[in-house]
Design a protein around this ligand. Structure first.
Ligand code: P53
Length: 476
């Protein structure tokens, strides 16, 4: 037998987030989260953020796929595929319904005890994100979200409670999901989902984004330091949305535009990994005369809370072109161009498996830390026929990405911990709130309007992925 590419303890699994599947939005004392006030959109139609929960609106996350009541059945199916790990998040609002309480909500803590026990029963290692687009809405209305320094303490308290409670059940943690999405502060989506920020007329959106991100990074570093004390065996990572940004052509100006765009999207990783701000960003703050609250004490905190690994999502690559932008300033809401060398999904996401190998090299060259691909996948329209889905397109997407992942390990020497494809069971799309943008190995009978039996049905990819795991990635 040839030597396997992936390590023996490679973490094969799947990934979800609490707000996208649990539902039960008011059960067990749960509070209202930012995800609970977002409506359904579509490709090109943004989700609306309402002023609280309104009676005549439909909020898809309120019911999700009712994982809260179906998790035993669902984890059993994950075990059938041979999952070694399962990535989910802890809904902050189950533990601290409003976010600013001193004492946690026991019913919420108990739910995750049972959920993790159910995973461990099948030797499935839970991988936990602390903040995945679901902060308490109360922290938005009362504190202005992450633009307020006070939120650091609330998050750190929440993290400490989770670390203590689950220290014997959970080893792998991540702080903030896709913290760098907010590099696009022009559209309303990322500022709200990342940071609970609703901009007002006249706000300096960009400056506010940098302030909020700074507080999050300080909070993340504090959490890392506390977690390490609670259990030195914890592995605590960051979580970056990796969409590498290529120059549209080999023109030097396009190249510099790409460098600047990469700076704008990925400096977050520098702070998480190195514990300090990159030089280009310090210059940028100076040039723009931003007045940011970054104290000497914060700088010490950042240095003391560097991550153990880089968790990242990878779905697509971007391309950027130079259009006389001053200082090559990158605006993600308008500077991206189509890449003629790759195809795109029905939602316009450019499919680029080689971009994954490139991204893995990019991270390794810069940071030389273990990598964990905690999201990857193909959001597609599935057709249910005879109680299953022939999702060959999904298999083709995942296979092509795993092949590149293998090359990054076997030829480039990248240290890869694991792979958890996104939405291993169909769930609510974060970007659009749709149910019909499906990623799962398991079909869930529910539609965009919330109709359906919620029945779980394995797709063709279910059997395929089971063989992938069984062969440790040798049979694709
Ligand atoms: P959906 C944008 C770009 C890359 C990943 O996304 C993104 C987003 C935000 O939509 O989100 C991540 O559901 C995120 C998950 C999300 C998944 O990718 O819009 O971590 O919560 O569901 C897929 O198709």
């Amino acid at each position: 037998m040839t030597r396997e590419v992936f390590k023996h303890d490679f973490l094969w699994g799947g990934a979800v987030a609490a707000h996208q599947l649990e539902g039960a939005w008011q059960e067990g004392g749960k509070g209202v989260s930012v995800a609970d006030v977002m409506t359904v959109g579509a490709h090109g139609v943004p989700r609306r953020i309402t002023d609280g929960v309104l009676a005549d609106e439909y909020y898809p996350n309120h019911e999700g796929i009712d994982f809260y009541h179906h998790y035993k059945e669902d984890i059993k199916l994950f075990a059938e595929m041979g999952f070694k790990c399962f990535r989910t998040s802890i809904a902050w609002t189950r533990i601290f319904p409003k976010g600013d309480e001193c004492e946690p909500n026991e019913a919420g803590l108990k739910f995750y005890d049972e959920l993790f026990d159910e995973c461990l029963k099948y030797n499935i290692e839970p991988v936990v994100t602390l903040s995945h687009f679901e902060m308490p809405f109360h922290l938005v209305t009362e504190y202005g979200g992450w633009k307020n320094r006070k939120v650091i303490d609330f998050f750190v308290n929440f993290s400490e409670v989770c670390f203590k409670r689950y220290q014997t059940k959970v080893k792998y943690w991540m702080t903030f999901n896709e913290i760098n999405n907010q590099a696009n502060y022009v559209d309303d989506f990322a500022p709200f989902t990342n940071s609970g920020i609703v901009y007002k007329e006249g706000d300096n959106r960009e400056e506010i984004m940098y302030q909020a991100a700074h507080y999050e990074l300080v909070a993340a570093a504090k959490a890392v330091a506390i977690g390490r004390k609670i259990n030195p065996n914890f592995e605590i990572g960051c979580m970056i949305a990796m969409c590498p940004i290529y120059p549209a052509t080999c023109s030097p100006d396009d190249m510099l535009m790409s460098v600047s765009a990469m700076h704008t999207r990925y400096w977050f990783t520098d702070v998480h990994v190195k514990g300090s701000y990159p030089k280009h960003l310090k210059k940028y703050f100076e040039r723009n005369q931003f007045n940011l609250d970054i104290t000497l004490e914060d700088e010490e905190v950042l240095k003391g809370g560097c991550v153990d690994y880089i968790g990242f999502s990878y779905y697509m690559s971007f391309a950027v072109s130079y259009q006389n932008q001053a200082h090559y300033k990158y605006d993600e809401s308008k500077d991206l161009v189509a890449n003629p060398y790759v195809e795109a999904s029905d939602w316009g996401w450019q499919i680029d498996p080689k971009g994954l190998r490139y991204a893995m090299n990019w991270f390794t060259d810069r940071y030389d830390l273990p990598l964990f691909i905690v999201e990857n996948g193909f959001g597609a329209l599935d057709k249910l026929e005879n109680d299953t889905v022939q999702d060959d397109y999904r298999i083709a997407y995942l296979k092509a990405h795993i092949e590149q992942m293998k090359l990054a390990v076997s030829e480039d020497g990248v240290d890869l911990m694991g792979y958890t494809p996104w939405g291993c069971i169909d769930l609510i799309s974060a970007g659009t709130g749709e149910m019909k943008k499906r990623y799962g190995f398991i079909y869930v009978d529910r539609d965009n309007e919330g109709n359906g039996s919620l029945k779980r049905l394995p797709k063709k990819s279910f059997d395929w992925y089971r063989e992938v795991i069984k062969s440790n990635g040798e049979v694709l």
